[in-house]
Design a protein around this ligand. Structure first.
Ligand SMILES: Nc1ncnc2c1ncn2[C@@H]1O[C@H](COP(=O)(O)OP(=O)(O)OP(=O)(O)O)[C@@H](O)[C@H]1O
Ligand SMILES: Nc1nc2c(c(=O)[nH]1)N[C@H]1C(S)=C(S)[C@@H](COP(=O)(O)O)O[C@H]1N2
Length: 190
């Protein structure tokens, strides 16, 4: 069987952490995002990485830059989704949204409950801006694979990402089934 055509894709990855961005500890968010996405997607990927502090205006400006100037069709953030005063990633993301996609946040909290009882402390959101999907992930580096890939009892959210990006006019994403089995209706399959 021939492989379906996999378009090239630019993906923004944003690690939001006061301490990692100021060098107090090593950033593990960007490497974890890059490793998971590289293992999950067959597409040629160009990553556009950013490591920034928990500042609302700066986070919003970074998201706008990645979508409007860098042309990313997918942007994943990690960190700053909790209830602490400096956790402002959801507010910064909603501020640049055209539309909210509440199912992603709902499903990620469901999945995360299989890993940690504090899952409901994440206020993570997902939104559409222009032709891009922006998704917040929690700051614990292990939470990246947990929420994207899921659990035996809860589907990872990345399964819904390729079809969402089709619907907003982005490139055709092809996953490796052994890492993440994406779903598309038959009529949308290439
Ligand atoms: N980018 C990162 N790299 C490595 N570990 C991280 C990173 N972000 C968070 N962590 C770890 O996950 C924990 C929870 O993340 P959270 O986003 O709540 O950080 P925080 O306590 O607000 O502090 P900071 O913003 O300075 O990372 C952190 O205390 C840290 O152990
Ligand atoms: N999958 C997963 N979700 C998770 C966690 C985790 O370790 N794994 N940590 C939780 C905790 S302890 C917090 S406080 C919130 C918010 O984390 P953040 O502020 O680092 O984004 O995410 C929650 N969601």
């Amino acid at each position: 069987m021939t492989e379906p055509a996999a378009d090239a894709v630019r993906i923004g990855i944003v690690s939001i952490s006061d301490r990692a961005s100021s060098g107090v500890y090593e950033d593990k968010g960007l490497p974890a995002l890059q490793a998971w996405l590289t293992s999950a997607l067959r597409n040629p990927i160009e990553f556009v990485p950013r490591l920034i502090p928990d500042e609302q205006a700066g986070i919003s400006a970074t998201l706008v830059e990645l979508v409007d100037i860098e042309g990313c069709h997918l942007v994943l953030t990690t960190g700053g989704t909790g209830p602490a005063p400096r956790d402002v990633t959801p507010e910064a993301t909603l501020a640049v949204a055209d539309r909210e996609m509440p199912g992603f946040g709902e499903q990620m909290r469901q999945i995360s409950l299989h890993f940690v009882p504090t899952a409901i402390l994440s206020r993570q959101v997902a939104v559409i801006r222009k032709q891009a999907l922006i998704i917040n992930l929690p700051g614990q580096p292990k939470a990246i694979a947990e929420t994207l890939a899921g659990h035996a009892n809860a589907s990872g959210i990345f399964a819904a990402v390729p079809y969402c990006i089709d619907l907003i006019g982005g490139p055709y994403l092809v996953t490796r089934d052994e890492v993440c089995k994406a779903f598309r209706p038959k009529s949308a399959q290439r």
